[in-house]
Design a binder for this molecule. Structure first.
Ligand code: MOS
Length: 768
């Protein structure tokens, strides 16, 4: 990378630093999971169920076996033994508990029923099509109506005061239900595995957000010791939560490769991404708010249901932010699961918070309308000074300032509250706002730093960069502490054989890796200085280590000490034999003088959940989105024209990568609000819009002007840099800000996403 524009040394923390992995990605030399090729590699193709519920009556692979090049066909009748992961295992998480081909039961459309492995992809594809499955099919339950006929348990997760009594007594009440549809993760890179066995050891090339977790799960599933499994995921074409935990294709590839004693590659195609590797579940959320006539919240009830698969209990924690985002004495959050014949849901960017805040913040906007109060004023009036859920002080909370800054940016003072009352350039415009929050934590991490004899620094950690800039964060810390140029820093991530690092999830990787990286490089520098003073032919021999410093990768006497050493040299026998050069010496020269192979040190991150100081605080990021829409009633055209996003995520370590996270999240938020919805066909349970042609994601043409502001208050409870993490929070609050703007423009309140033109045709604002 270019170093000319790189801010030097400590100034690099917080600067807009280009990704150090940018060149290998843009030149196509970065290898993604299924790019890996090996001599003798065989190709696997999965066969999927064409019914959404029932059992396999007969599976006939005889025709498929006759196809030239076919090496192996696995199905429930001949699958090798694989194991389940204990569902409550505390050091690893999987996605679908049921191993592939465990029995003849079908729980969702697209479930894998067979795996064909052949010499070439074409042969495997042809043979997969020749596998004949007959089913005793039942009608799948893919109903999008969760509430009607709900018989499951409801769990109360938060309760304080007496919300029902407060609601009964409240002068102003809102009671509405909000629905968010199934959304599918659509990373550019699809899930895929290349499995390579060497004796009893297996290496899995994966697209994983957590190579350490993936290794533990696969060791359990395959029934081999953990040290026999290595998971490599050096580059990832995004994950958005869909790649947090292993999916069945990893098991299928590993078992086939073991059986054949050949490397096996298995990649999903885009359609499979809609059925076999998770989704954000459907949510139905009833929000009840009670308030005084002057707009103080007296009661909040947030009761939600989400769908889950037949075999896994996945709660989309929609109420997570509800207990603390605003102040309210009486509150309850409850949840319930409705089983459907769908694949297992999984976290998707901002799980819980994104659908949850759509409901809560929409209800807040409705409350403001009912109170005839400015929605901004309503938020500020109900700002919480401490976390009323946990009753802890916030480590750092600036939500109010996010709102006031956003109001300033969009010019909120000019807003007239009446729907359809604002016009510009022949269009109706609408403005809406919403708040956002997301948790922070310092999760464990280990990293090693090596000062190498060739003048480079190598840092190693088994976390991974899912496209968010983790490689660059490590390099920034190394550069800040040593002054060694960025192009002489090597960062090795995405390999479970490296020191254990965190899963890239929950927007917590940055706050986890910073302390480990810093502690490791600080220890390496301390060792370097000790060696400098203990090595006889070193110019610093006999000096005190604390009198030395590392500047631009060179060991110097500290300024004040330099004169003293010179005086000492004239008078003392113990003085350094060689006068330290004024310009210092490169660290690699000392390594060579000391005849070392390098200097390596390890650093660890002490987790916040074991730290009494951190546990005394509620750790959360905050933010606000202000959205503008343009409505052209004559042609029923709605566009999002501007979004201002103001975020309080602690200190931002890389302004470029950090802003990029919020921008990307806002783009996904626009998709969620206006376009995205996975629909299941009623008779078969098939996701019928499972392709990029039919499932619309926001493209550049759908996007407004986006404007990101960070408040940049360091949160020193979380780590020494004050970084909390930034990513998922950017998607929270986008949808309710846009739907509030839609209401302001059209007078139509959309409570079920996505917003459809059919909804807006009901608008009474018929001309500009
Ligand atoms: Mo995030 S949904 O934890 O990748």
């Amino acid at each position: 990378m270019a170093t000319a524009t790189t801010p030097q040394a400590a100034g690099i923390i917080g600067a807009a630093v280009p990704r150090i992995d940018g060149p290998v990605k843009t030149t196509g030399t970065a290898l993604y999971a299924v790019d890996h090729d090996f001599p003798g590699l065989a190709h696997a193709v999965a066969v999927q169920s064409t019914v959404g519920s029932g059992r396999i009556r007969k599976l006939d692979a005889s025709a498929a076996e006759q196809i030239p090049g076919v090496l192996l066909i696995f199905h429930h009748g001949n699958m090798e033994k694989v194991y389940r992961l204990f569902p409550h295992q505390d050091d690893a998480t999987t996605s679908e508990a049921r191993p592939p081909f465990e029995d003849d039961k079908i729980y969702y459309w697209g479930q894998y029923v067979a795996l064909v492995v052949a010499e070439t992809l074409e042969q495997a594809t042809a043979a997969a099509e020749a596998v004949r499955a007959e089913y005793d099919a039942e009608t799948p339950n893919v109903s999008a109506d969760l509430e009607t006929g709900f018989t499951g348990q409801r769990h109360s997760s938060w309760k304080r005061g007496d919300p029902d009594k407060a609601l009964a007594e409240a002068p102003v009440v809102i009671d509405e239900t909000y629905i968010t549809p199934v959304e599918t993760h659509n990373p550019m890179e699809m899930h895929g595995t290349v499995a390579v066995w060497d004796g009893d050891n297996v290496t899995l090339y994966e697209s994983s957000q957590g190579v350490v977790n993936h290794r533990i799960v696969m060791a359990e599933v395959l029934g081999v010791p953990r040290e026999n499994v290595r998971v490599i995921s050096r580059f990832i074409g995004s994950g958005f939560g869909g790649k947090l935990f292993p999916w069945p294709q990893s098991t299928m590839a590993a078992v086939a490769a073991r059986k054949l004693n050949r490397p096996v590659k298995l990649s999903l195609d885009r359609r499979m991404m809609f059925s076999n590797v998770g989704h954000r579940p459907l949510t139905e959320q009833r929000i009840r708010l009670g308030a005084t006539a002057d707009g103080r919240l007296t009661a909040v009830r947030h009761d939600f249901l989400n769908h889950t698969s037949m075999l896994d209990d996945i709660v989309e924690r929609c109420g997570e932010q509800t207990p603390f985002i605003y102040s309210c004495p009486n509150l309850e959050v409850s949840s319930g699961l409705a089983r459907r014949n769908v694949g297992t849901p999984t976290p998707m960017r901002g799980p819980g918070a994104v659908p949850g805040l759509f409901a809560l913040e929409s209800a807040m906007d409705e409350l403001a309308v009912k109170l005839k109060m400015d929605p901004l004023e309503l938020r500020i009036k109900n700002d919480a000074e401490r976390d009323e859920g946990t009753n802890l002080p916030f480590s750092s909370r600036h939500l109010k300032e996010c709102f006031t800054t956003g109001a300033e940016k969009i010019g909120w003072k000019q807003r007239t509250p009446e729907p359809g009352s604002m016009r510009r350039n022949g269009k109706v415009i609408g403005w809406g706002l919403a708040g956002a929050s997301w948790g922070a934590a310092r999760i464990p991490c280990t990293a090693t730093v090596e000062l190498c004899p060739n003048g480079r620094i190598c840092v190693r950690c088994a976390t991974q960069d899912i496209g968010t800039g983790t490689y660059t964060i490590f390099a920034q810390v190394m550069h800040a502490k040593t002054g060694v140029p960025m192009d002489r820093i090597d960062v090795l991530l995405g390999d479970s054989s490296l020191p254990d690092g965190p899963t890239s999830g929950g927007s917590m990787a940055t706050s986890a890796v910073l302390p480990a990286a810093t502690n490791a490089v600080n220890s390496a520098i301390t060792r370097l200085m000790n060696i400098a003073t203990l090595t006889q032919n070193s110019p610093f021999y006999g000096a005190k280590p604390e009198t030395l410093t590392l500047i631009d990768g060179r060991i110097h006497m500290k300024e004040a000490e330099q004169a003293g050493v010179r005086r000492m040299a004239l008078t003392s026998d113990d003085a350094p034999a060689v006068r330290p050069p004024a310009g210092g010496i490169p660290f690699e020269e000392l390594i060579s003088l000391a005849r070392l192979s390098g200097i390596t040190a390890t650093g660890r991150t002490f987790p916040s959940f074991e730290d009494p100081k951190a546990k005394a605080y509620s750790l959360h990021s905050f933010g606000a989105h202000f959205a503008e829409v343009e409505w052209e009633p004559e042609i029923a055209r709605l566009r999002v024209s501007r979004i201002f996003s103001i975020f309080d995520c602690g200190r931002i370590i890389n302004l470029k990568a950090g802003a990029n996270q919020i921008l990307g999240a806002a783009v996904m938020g626009v998709g969620m609000t206006l376009l995205e919805e996975t629909r299941y066909e009623k008779r078969t349970g098939q996701p019928i819009n499972g392709s990029f042609a039919d499932y619309l994601v926001a493209t550049c043409a759908d996007l407004p002007e986006l404007d990101v502001t960070f408040l940049d208050y360091p949160d020193l409870i979380v780590n020494e840099y004050g970084a909390r993490g930034v990513g998922e929070i950017g998607m929270a609050g986008v949808a309710p800000a846009i739907t509030a703007a839609v209401y302001h423009a059209t007078g139509i309140r959309v409570r079920e996403l996505p917003v459809r033109i059919e909804d807006l045709l009901q608008s009474k604002i018929v001309e500009v």
